[in-house]
Design a protein. Structure first.
Length: 355
């Protein structure tokens, strides 16, 4: 006799589809394999990921690790249906933090959580993660997909990333930064992945939907323009460092230039920036004007056009190498001695940025 089991007695009936999870692993396998690099051991599917530091070429390594997310930019991805680049944001937010410490990104793991797994959308997200890893030279070695009914609104998901890198013990950054060093800025691609709660508030204040034309980007919708992925700075930063030209670097995320550049400076110095030296992407003046956001608030919340700040002493050679790499850059400031050698590291503007 065939007896139908009562409703609700299977995991799938409770809202978790193991087959969908297996289908996602199958779908992302080729993208993950394309990120393989020296040191990678095994593949997806194990209980843990293995990595061989010796095979990666290190002699006296120090491990460096970072974890991050992309904040409420995820809501734009969900509401616009643009899931293919938010994974690049996730990788960038982690590996850009690694390289400022002189570390080479080695491998990456992701955490994707949702109420009900949609394989096609999740595969786009993880495909973006794999692309970010490939561009950063690090391997996507594993992750976790959690399907948790009742935890998230329909169609919503959350992301977290975990990056591990290594640096030779005698090559950690920052180095000896002092009076006379100069500061180069690498441009951002826009808002990157910080401040989107304020971005969303400004868009709501302006009465604009994500499909409306972007006031600051002709030919693009507002959602499309704001979803431009965070830039990956691994290649130029490591190239400068390996050439012995980099004394310090700061990834400009939440807190902006005032909150991040002093973090890599020693006591007794001040970073003096010329806010008129670089061209600010038009999204920032639009946010400032439309939201009536004060200049100090803009500088504390957003990167305002500088995604990475580099401290160098030999500006001629550093500039030549960046130009050889095809990397745009601007001389944005200098390091000066503070009145007291014990004064905390600080930042001031010789000319304020114009919003």
């Amino acid at each position: 006799m065939n007896v139908e089991p009562p409703a609700g007695t299977s995991y799938r009936q409770a809202g978790v589809d193991i087959a969908a999870g297996d289908a996602l692993v199958e779908a992302i396998g080729p993208a993950a394999r394309r990120t393989a690099r020296p040191g990678t051991m095994g593949g997806l599917g194990g209980f843990g990921a293995l990595f061989d530091l010796k095979a990666a070429g290190f002699r006296d390594p120090v491990l460096v690790s970072c974890t991050d997310g992309v904040g409420t930019k995820l809501l734009l991805a969900i509401e616009t249906g643009r899931h293919d680049t938010v994974g690049i944001d996730l990788v960038a937010m982690c590996v850009n933090d690694l390289v400022v410490q002189g570390a080479e990104p080695l491998f990456f793991l992701d955490y994707f959580a949702t109420g009900k797994l949609t394989v096609a959308d999740a595969a786009k997200v993880v495909g973006g993660i794999a692309e970010g890893c490939r561009l950063s030279g690090c391997a996507l070695v594993g992750g976790e997909t959690a399907e948790m009914p009742g935890m998230y609104a329909a169609g919503h998901y959350d992301l977290a990333g975990f990056a591990v890198g290594a640096a030779e013990r005698d090559a950690l950054l920052p180095g000896r930064i002092g009076h006379g060093d100069v500061i180069l800025g690498l441009p951002s691609s826009g808002v990157h992945s910080n401040g989107f709660s304020l971005v969303r508030a400004v868009a709501a204040r302006a009465g604009l939907g994500w499909d409306a034309p972007a006031p600051f980007a002709p030919g693009s919708s507002l959602g499309e323009a704001l979803m431009a992925p965070t830039r990956l700075y691994v290649s130029p930063v490591l190239a400068l460092h390996r050439a012995g030209l980099l004394k310090g670097a700061a990834h400009i995320t939440g807190g902006g230039l005032p909150g991040n550049l002093p973090r890599v400076l020693p006591a007794g110095v001040t970073a003096v920036l010329d806010g008129s030296a670089w061209t600010m992407p038009p999204v920032f003046p639009w946010l400032a004007r439309t939201g009536e956001v004060a200049p100090d608030e803009m500088l504390r919340v957003f990167n305002c056009g500088i995604g990475m700040a580099l401290v160098v002493s030999n500006v001629v050679n550093a500039s030549a190498l960046l130009a050889e790499l095809g990397e745009a850059f601007t001389l944005i400031g200098r390091i000066e001695a503070a009145p007291s050698p014990d004064a905390p590291a600080a930042l001031r503007f010789s000319h304020d940025p114009a919003f």
